[in-house]
Design a protein around this ligand. Structure first.
Ligand code: R5P
Length: 239
């Protein structure tokens, strides 16, 4: 890809980049597909584009499986029929991410949807991640905390157990009350250590009493469309 100098043109704002990635991924949807619909400010653009393609008659028979109440509402609003998750595989899932490594390991869940996202996307034949370039990292935890969904009952005890694993972090509490997920749970935003084995730490967190799920998505993404000012790049896992 050609390099642009800073003086050539103003950098597109992040919304423009997110939309470019979302539209690129939505082009993978074919008629008759069952598609996992991600959550967040980037997934929103893919959902809108799938709706636009359905409305324009470019697609037919597409069914969405939404990963949050918000994405369910958006999908219905743009004309995508939505079904609940059932055991059948999904042809494709499209979602954003908070961090993306060169191996396409991910941190997800800053939007609070990690549990439904993982339940849905583990059933997808292909998980396609869409993001702007600010989400690229060399190691997990570089920029974002790791969201960990925890049961409300006994949450202070669960947080103590997580701290005993060496994790810093805090309960997500944007206002007077803790943040509540679509599943009625809380989220602990964990600060990851500088060096750790993601699979091993993920297992230890998941094995902690009171933990429902983590935002570590390891080895799940088939590709990512990452938008930067000089274009949308397709990334595949580098191992
Ligand atoms: O829980 C939210 C999801 O994992 C999102 O896909 C993730 O937080 C990225 O969201 P955004 O595209 O808004 O940065």
């Amino acid at each position: 890809m050609a390099e642009l100098r800073a003086t050539d043109q103003p950098a597109p704002d992040l919304e423009v980049l997110k939309k470019a990635a979302g539209v690129r991924a939505a082009a993978l949807v074919e008629s008759g597909m069952r598609v996992g619909l991600g959550t967040g400010s980037t997934a929103k653009y893919a959902i809108e584009e799938i709706g636009r393609r359905l409305g324009a008659g470019e697609l037919s028979g597409v069914v969405g499986v939404a990963t949050s109440e918000a994405s369910d509402a958006l999908a219905r609003a743009v004309g995508i029929p939505v079904e609940p998750l059932d055991p059948r595989p999904l042809d494709l899932a499209i979602d954003g991410a908070d961090e993306i490594t060169p191996g396409l390991d991910l941190i997800k869940g800053l939007g609070g949807a990690l549990l439904r996202e993982k339940l849905t996307e583990v059933q997808a034949r292909r998980l396609v991640i869409i993001a702007d370039h600010t989400k690229l990292v060399t190691r997990l935890g570089e920029k974002a905390p790791l969201p960990v969904e925890i049961a409300r009952f006994g949450f202070l005890s669960t947080i103590e157990r997580l701290r005993a694993l060496g994790l810093g972090g805090r309960l997500r509490q944007p206002g007077a009350q803790p943040y509540l997920t679509d599943n009625g749970n809380y989220i602990f935003d964990a600060q990851l250590p500088e060096q750790f084995d993601p699979a091993e730490l993920g297992d230890r967190i998941k094995g902690t009493l009171g933990v429902v799920e983590t935002g570590l998505f390891l080895g799940m993404a088939e590709r990512a469309f990452v938008a930067a000012p000089d274009g949308v790049r397709k990334l595949t896992p580098q191992r």
